[in-house]
Ligand binder design. Structure first.
Ligand SMILES: [Fe+2]
Ligand SMILES: [Fe+2]
Length: 161
């Protein structure tokens, strides 16, 4: 017999998975040896940067507005989401610098590695705060289970990471 899924635990597991994958990309970029061929490093930087922008877009334009709309948020929850949106904007600026460097006519591996490392450092505390604030026992207080499932559906798929 199948065990029923807990949408809060599923959501959190998805979030952890996406964050780990993103960090792995940026840690790989940071660890890239300076004399690596340029092309794969540029491709890694573009892939990592676009994946981060995509994840934050999904949160700031999908999940967070959905929680505000469907949720039963206390002022602390609103402040939590607003703080994460502010961090997204700061990370966005750094990430755009990385993508611009990768798309420049003559990209430099050393610059991509430096920006990748700065992003990895900035992402870690942001991810940790987000994972703590959206932990199953916290999210359960913010939104009803059917509303969380409905929100996942409106975002196009299972409960959004
Ligand atoms: Fe985030
Ligand atoms: Fe996130």
């Amino acid at each position: 017999m199948d065990t029923p899924h807990d949408p809060y635990a599923d959501h959190h597991a998805g979030l952890l998975h996406v964050h780990r994958e993103l960090l792995a990309l940026f840690d790989t970029l940071r660890a890239t040896w300076e004399h690596m061929p340029l092309k794969p490093t540029v491709e890694l930087a573009l892939g990592a940067g676009n994946a981060l922008l995509g994840h934050h877009h999904r949160e700031s334009e999908g999940l967070f507005p959905g929680l505000r709309r469907y949720g039963r948020l206390r002022s602390a929850d609103v402040a939590f989401l607003d703080a994460r949106d502010t961090e997204h904007r700061a990370l966005h600026g750094l990430c755009v610098r990385l993508l611009d460097s990768a798309r420049a006519p003559h990209p430099k591996v050393s610059e991509l590695v430096l920006l990748g490392g700065q992003l990895a450092d900035a992402m870690r505390p942001h991810f940790a705060d987000e994972e703590a604030g959206l932990a199953p026992e916290r999210l359960r207080l913010m939104i009803a289970p059917d509303a969380l499932v409905e929100l996942g559906r409106t975002l196009g798929g299972p409960p959004p990471p």
